[in-house]
Design a protein around this ligand. Structure first.
Ligand code: ZN
Length: 273
């Protein structure tokens, strides 16, 4: 009998404690799903400047920055001259070359540099920033396409950055918004954004335009990018590049940093961050 019992006992034991390869794997517990992936970062990058205020928790809002014009526009007259829908039933040229200071410092370069500075400031505060153009030597995009970038991203808001070619002796910034409004986002939300941008610019020592708009605000129907916007949107004309005093500020990196700080402050105020 003993010779028969031992093999039987070994067969029974073999069924204990051995995983069945066909059985379903245990579901991950909620706590294990929240463990960050290897290499994931929750804080600033090593060596990055420590923000003075910590970025609020929660999903990053998306902000679209739209630096006006582009460095290749002047050499692409046909392409930027073609008509696109203006958002009010008419048409407008796809894009324009923009203006420049008497020294030849171009508006497209100013807008691109300020947008890069705003991007750094907002990113440090936990905002996801997207741009309507990635370089300063391309063509366009057309104004309707610029608006579509923000609309398609369902952005929290969009800010177009420009500098003006105003009358001799005229000075100061103005913030344009679509008027009469064509959507709910063009009403109170865009007005709140424009007000916050005015406040940010004034806090940096800039003064409202002496030649356009009222108290720094310029509601207008003819800016296609704003007409097409379906997210809160405003366009900042930072300065009159034709004014020698303002041209000096625009041409100075420290001046451009002040414009960037002003715009970033307006954006953060609007986002409640
Ligand atoms: Zn412009």
């Amino acid at each position: 009998m003993r010779g028969l019992l031992l093999p039987l006992l070994l067969v029974l034991l073999a069924g204990c404690g051995v995983a069945d390869p066909l059985a379903p794997a245990p579901a991950p517990s909620p706590s294990s799903a929240a463990v960050p992936l290897p290499g994931a970062r929750s804080g600033p990058l090593p060596g990055a400047e420590t923000p003075t205020t910590a970025a609020p928790a929660g999903p990053a809002p998306v902000v679209v920055l739209d630096p006006g014009h582009n460095g290749g526009n002047a050499a692409a007259a046909d392409e930027i001259g073609r008509e696109v829908p203006d958002g009010r039933g008419g048409t407008k040229p796809c894009n324009t070359t923009g203006t420049e200071t008497a020294d030849g410092y171009a508006e497209h370069a100013f807008a691109f540099d300020v947008a890069a500075r705003v991007t750094r400031l907002l990113t440090a505060r936990g905002v996801e920033v997207r741009s309507t153009r990635d370089d300063d030597d391309g063509v366009g995009p057309c104004v309707d396409r610029r608006a579509a970038v923000a609309n398609d991203a369902r952005a929290a808001l969009s800010v177009s950055i420009h500098a003006d070619s105003g009358p001799s002796g005229g000075r100061g910034f103005h913030v344009a918004l679509s008027d009469p409004p064509l959507s709910a986002s063009q009403r109170a939300p865009s007005a709140a954004l424009a007000d916050a941008l005015v406040a940010g610019l004034e806090a940096q020592g800039f003064t409202p335009s002496t030649y356009r708009g009222e108290d720094g605000l310029d509601p207008r129907p003819d800016l296609a990018g704003l007409n097409h916007a379906r997210v809160p949107a405003a366009l900042v004309e930072c300065a009159n590049m034709a004014d020698p005093g303002e041209a000096r500020v625009v041409e100075d990196p420290a001046g451009r940093q002040r414009y960037a700080e002003a715009i970033a402050a307006g954006v953060l105020r609007t986002l409640g961050r």
